[in-house]
Design a protein around this ligand. Structure first.
Ligand SMILES: Nc1ncnc2c1ncn2[C@@H]1O[C@H](COP(=O)(O)OP(=O)(O)OP(=O)(O)O)[C@@H](O)[C@H]1O
Length: 641
């Protein structure tokens, strides 16, 4: 029998740093370049912390971050990132640099509370190990050190050097007085290029990355080329473009459109200001000049506390807002640990609602002030606008008349439809195959039917009476349409009796009743229709044919008593072929042609054939061929009028 000894004193987990680095670089971060983001972010946070410590700081040239590559042409160049932020005391170096997952930037007691800092997880610095075997930090704190035991005055801080290696070891030493005297408050991080990471130790690439991540950051950032301090490249000369002051609104629009073009490479057609109190979000949305596919990802460029979070963020705007791309900054939303997305929480949901309201406000304003422009946007982005309209009654009321729908008489807006029909009743077909089948028949009779089978259209049509007081809707199927078909005169009916007799016998096993009517278009020989109940039975039968025996017996239980359920096949008296058959009045010919006409009309109704119908088609066709080859084939006069 197994016995377990009682647990001994608790032990600490060990951490395999190589494993953690592999996890960060291979799975959490989008690529090795994110170390630049993490270094910039630490420097910005250090500057913010120093401002909190001394609100009168920074003055003059203070409050600066520089990036510089030493020995760029050497085999192993060094990158130095400097800031004159708050720095770290010796105690803090031991605590925060050496403990993975511990951060000085969050309140441990209130983990969820947002802070002014960008960092929060306590892992970012590790990303530097992806490009360097060693991280060297030389730092001097702006905070005085606590007094030694027995003393009362705080000590001045001394510089500290921390060397962390990717094998998981680190050393700490205080600087000798001479080096310390030359050291200013702040932090320098030194990385030495690992083989394979040379591209990140090249000044031009560094400028590119620093611009990507840091162009909106609030502190002065410079990249210094070796030996050219006076020619430092300023990364972030201006505040975000949407926060700049412009003399006139047109000037602002032009400047923002130019900014949109530079960020996304697209000539947008308009700009929309974005602002949300939740998450403290502000930014600008650009209206796309083309209509994106529904499947395409909605990606936006988003910043968190003015540091680039992602160029591919997909969860800041409502999902219906696929007619825009945005650039926005959030001060009070949380990032995911990969720092490439906003964390899904209530703040984000509220921010999304508020930003959606900004987009809606813009569209509503356009409707009142610039309907021409709204019309253009609706033409391009009707899917987005339909998606919003089904969620929002007020917006529905505003735009419904402008939205385009496919109809049996071509594409038209609801205004055009209502004007054409001189009615507030929307006649629609909810099923695409049915629409395809009956649209030509409806069009030939001058009836305008809306195809409500496409995304959002059924919802929009069905809600019409709820939102528009005078509005009505009517779902139409082939049977409804057939009610408007003309009846035959008694003598015509008489002539068609053989066709009806033959068809009745052939179609009985298919629970289909033949009729002869007059209808347009004359090119259509017959129209097949099914009641909703019969439609259900038919699909049940098709399913049974392909289902296994257990499932078939379950379906047997569902099937309604089917004796009276009928489909209808309406032959068109005005169709030349049908007229020819009627005039011919020859049973053997009719027996061969009727099965083919039946199957053809089924196919025209876009319904898949059942096994017995397929068999009917096969035998019908071969019979027809054999019969056609026989020399005694009766001739059919082409004169049918
Ligand atoms: N330039 C710096 N100046 C002052 N302190 C720093 C600096 N860089 C790092 N630190 C300290 O090291 C700690 C760990 O940094 P690290 O980048 O790993 O995590 P973080 O910034 O706290 O959080 P995150 O993982 O979200 O980036 C920080 O919390 C901070 O105390």
């Amino acid at each position: 029998m197994n016995t377990f000894s009682p647990s001994q004193s608790p032990r600490n987990f060990q951490i395999n740093l190589h494993g953690i680095i592999e996890l960060l670089s291979g799975h959490l971060y989008s690529g090795p370049q994110v170390f630049v983001r993490e270094l910039l972010q630490n420097a910005v946070d250090a500057l913010t912390a120093r401002t909190q410590l001394d609100p009168s700081w920074p003055t003059g040239e203070a409050g600066r971050i520089t990036l510089e590559v030493w020995n760029p042409r050497a085999a192993r160049p060094t990158l130095v990132v400097r800031d004159d932020g708050i720095g770290l005391t010796e105690q803090e170096v031991h605590t925060f640099l050496a403990t993975i997952g511990l951060s000085s930037k969050r309140d441990e007691a209130n983990w969820d509370d947002p802070t002014d800092f960008i960092g929060r997880f306590g892992i970012g610095l590790l990303s530097c190990f992806v490009v360097s075997e060693e991280i060297v930090v030389i730092t001097k704190s702006a905070k005085p050190s606590p007094p030694r035991p027995g003393e009362i005055t705080p000590r001045a801080n001394v510089g500290v050097e921390w060397r962390g290696r990717s094998d998981g070891t680190y050393t700490v030493r205080t600087l000798d007085p001479e080096s310390d005297a030359a050291l200013e408050i702040g932090t320098k991080v030194f990385l030495t290029c690992k083989p394979g990471s040379e591209e990140f130790f090249c000044t031009n690439r560094l400028i590119e990355l620093a611009r990507d991540y840091g162009s909106l950051l609030p502190y002065r950032i410079e990249v210094i080329a070796e030996g050219a301090r006076e020619r430092a490249t300023r990364i972030n000369p201006e505040p975000p473009p949407w926060r700049q002051i412009y003399a006139r609104p047109e000037e602002r629009d032009q400047a923002l459109l130019a900014y949109g073009r530079s960020v996304f490479g697209i000539d947008f057609i308009d700009v929309i200001p974005l602002r949300a109190e939740a998450g403290e979000v502000d930014g600008v949305a650009f209206v796309l000049p083309f209509s994106p596919s529904l499947a395409s990802k909605r990606t936006h460029r988003v910043y968190l506390k003015r540091m680039l979070l992602s160029e591919q963020a997909d969860n800041l705007l409502p999902e219906w807002a696929f007619f825009v791309k945005c650039v926005a900054n959030a001060n009070r939303l949380k990032p995911t640990a990969s720092r490439e997305r906003f964390h899904e929480n209530a703040d984000l949901a509220n921010a999304r609602d508020e930003l959606g309201a900004c987009l809606k406000k813009y569209l509503v304003r356009l409707a009142n002030r610039d309907p021409q422009r709204l019309r253009r946007i609706v033409e391009l982005h009707y899917l987005s606008i339909k998606a919003l309209a089904i969620r929002d009654d007020e917006f529905y009321r505003l735009v419904i008349d402008w939205l385009p729908f496919e109809t049996s008489m071509g594409r038209m807006t609801l205004t055009e439809y209502r004007r054409r029909e001189e009615s507030d009743t929307l006649k629609y077909v909810a099923n695409l195959d049915q629409f395809r089948q009956i649209a030509p028949v409806a069009a030939a009779q001058g009836i305008c039917l809306i195809n409500a089978a496409y995304t959002y259209d059924l919802d929009l049509v069905e809600r019409f009476p709820d939102i528009v007081p005078e509005g009505r809707v009517e779902a139409i199927d082939a049977d409804d349409l057939a009610r408007s078909f003309d009846e035959l005169e008694p003598d015509e009916l008489d002539r068609a009796s053989t066709l009806l007799d033959v068809a009745e016998v052939i179609l009985r096993p298919f629970r289909c009743l033949p009729q002869v009517k007059r209808f347009l278009p004359v090119e259509m020989p017959a129209l097949y229709s099914l009641s909703a109940e019969a439609e259900f039975l038919r699909s049940l039968e098709r399913t049974k044919e392909v289902a296994n025996s257990l499932w078939s017996s379950v379906l047997d239980g569902i099937a309604p008593g089917d004796e009276e359920i009928h489909a209808r096949l309406r032959f068109n008296y005005d169709n030349p072929l049908i007229r020819c058959l009627i005039e011919l009045n020859h049973r053997p010919t009719l027996e061969k042609v009727v099965p083919i006409l039946y199957v053809q009309s089924l196919l025209m109704s876009h319904r898949p054939l059942k096994a017995d119908e397929l068999a009917l088609l096969n035998t019908g066709l071969s019979d027809l061929i054999v019969w056609g080859l026989e020399p005694r084939s009766p001739q059919c006069s082409r004169e049918t009028a």
